[in-house]
Ligand binder design. Structure first.
Ligand SMILES: [Zn+2]
Length: 476
């Protein structure tokens, strides 16, 4: 009794002392007991690896011995899972998740006869905010930690994205007709200027401009946006080479034979530009893109579903160009996660080049992580698990039947994994989801809002589809 009493007294003194002494922790978060895919230059894989985080940054990556060197209040046991950099979805229109599953009646002219009228009628600030939250939860649940997006009311998107806790490059759309957040043609330029000023320097949001495409934005406006992006040092996101002969739909004179030559000719092809699709590219286009250090988002699922073609992604990857993976909007591939895209990304290239030796799983995972970071010119911050990088981390569990056996973690991820195998997602050092439980925003918080917009859209969408089917395709 006496001994216990003394120990008790000693503990009280010890604990009292602790309140004024610094804690023994030299880290904020430690992840251990998993296979670490570093995606560093050597593509090092560490069995029984450890990742150590302080604040928003990775401070150590290595083997089990790190457990002796670091202490943190938060320790995550990966239970033999796969610890990897969070994936980067390099092209999306996330709020279109509100329309996912619509316009699936075989409409040829889907963009002009269905997408644009649907958006004109049904988009609102509220819808964009709530749909972004829904989409961002799905991204977090599937291990995407950064996404790039081109849409409207980007301030609403930024708000919802930050609440969920993801990192994003958000480009305000500029287009030649009035849209939901701009009552005059090209009103997105002014909207974008304010958005950029508001979010420049934000820890999670990189503001950007998003001219829709060369056939929906004039030469003068493309040049004006380019000048603004230089002044404000922000990215420009644009769709290019999604359809054949886009240059034939240009107004005015040009010597250019291709959309990329056109962008080069008018002086806007530079290292701030990120192009989505890049399907219809000549060898000269690829050369121009490489010389200008342009980022490219390859969207294999959306391109297959839209029957737009297969981008020469393998050639650009092999040429060490900045190429990452995207899904495009949720009406284009009906997915926002990248897990299902992984096998598409590989298999479409193998079919295109009739070569089963290309795009091996290791290369696909590199494209989904570091490749995406490079496409967005963010590789100094994200895309790999290395000391000094931001702590954007995804943990796949390997206990489910579909994850067994796990001989080669890259092959397991590309050809076996489902989005639901993601167990934990960390962005900027913050745990967004743990053991599949969202830690920031819960799906239940927005369920009523999702039900409400679904009810509001359903009838209008059905009628619109009937009209759209009769319209002739501009791509024919
Ligand atoms: Zn798109």
């Amino acid at each position: 009794m006496k001994f216990q009493y003394l120990v008790g007294i000693a503990s009280v003194f010890f604990l009292a002392g602790c309140t004024t002494m610094p804690r023994g922790d030299n880290a904020d978060l430690i992840i251990h007991n998993g296979q670490v895919l570093t995606i560093n230059t050597e593509m090092e894989v560490i069995d029984d690896g450890v990742v150590v985080v302080k604040d928003d940054t990775i401070i150590a990556v290595g083997g089990h011995e790190l457990m002796q060197q670091y202490q943190a209040q938060k320790v995550i046991d990966a239970h033999d899972g796969i610890i990897m950099p969070g994936m980067v979805n390099a092209h999306n229109h996330l709020p279109m998740i509100a329309f996912r599953g619509l316009g699936e009646e075989g409409i040829s002219n889907r963009l002009f006869a269905y997408f644009f009228p649907l958006e004109a009628q049904k988009l609102s600030r509220d819808l964009i905010y709530n749909a972004t939250k829904l989409g961002a939860i799905e991204l977090a649940q599937s291990g995407v930690t950064t996404y790039a997006d081109m849409y409207y009311h980007m301030d609403e998107m930024a708000k919802a994205t930050k609440e969920v806790g993801l990192r994003a490059v958000l480009g305000e759309t500029v287009i030649k007709f009035p849209v939901v957040d701009a009552k005059t043609p090209y009103g997105g330029v002014e909207y974008g200027k304010k958005f950029v000023e508001e979010y420049k320097g934000d820890a999670l949001i990189t503001p950007a401009y998003a001219p829709h495409a060369i056939y929906t934005v004039s030469k003068e406006k493309l040049q004006e946006i380019h000048a603004l992006s230089e002044q404000q040092d922000v990215p420009v996101l644009i769709h290019v080479g999604e359809f054949p002969n886009e240059e034939k739909r240009l107004e005015g004179e040009t010597q250019a034979k291709t959309p990329i030559e056109y962008l080069s000719e008018i002086g806007v092809l530079d290292q701030r530009l990120v192009i989505a699709h890049g399907i219809h590219l000549t060898p000269n286009d690829q050369k121009l893109l490489k010389e200008a250090d342009v980022g490219i988002a390859y969207n294999p699922m959306a391109n297959a579903k839209g029957a737009t073609g297969i981008a020469p992604a393998w050639e650009m990857y092999r040429a060490d160009m900045r190429i990452g993976l995207g899904t495009d909007g949720p009406m284009s591939s009906n997915q926002v996660d990248l897990v299902k895209t992984l096998s598409y990304a590989a298999n479409m290239q193998r079919l295109k080049y009739s070569d089963r030796t290309i795009m091996i799983p290791e290369q696909v995972i590199e494209m989904a992580t570091l490749g995406g970071a490079k496409a967005l010119h963010m590789e100094d911050q994200i895309g790999s698990l290395e000391v000094g990088k931001k702590a954007d981390i995804a943990i796949f569990e390997t206990q489910s039947a579909n994850m067994m056996p796990n001989y080669n973690p890259y092959a397991t991820l590309v050809y076996q994994a489902n989005p639901s195998n993601i167990d934990t997602t960390i962005v900027n050092g913050k745990v967004i989801m743990e053991n599949r439980v969202m830690q920031t925003v819960k799906l239940d918080d927005i369920r009523d809002n999702v039900d409400a917009f679904e009810a509001d859209i359903a009838e209008f969408a059905k009628e619109l589809a009937k009209k759209a089917i009769k319209s002739k395709s501009l791509m024919d």
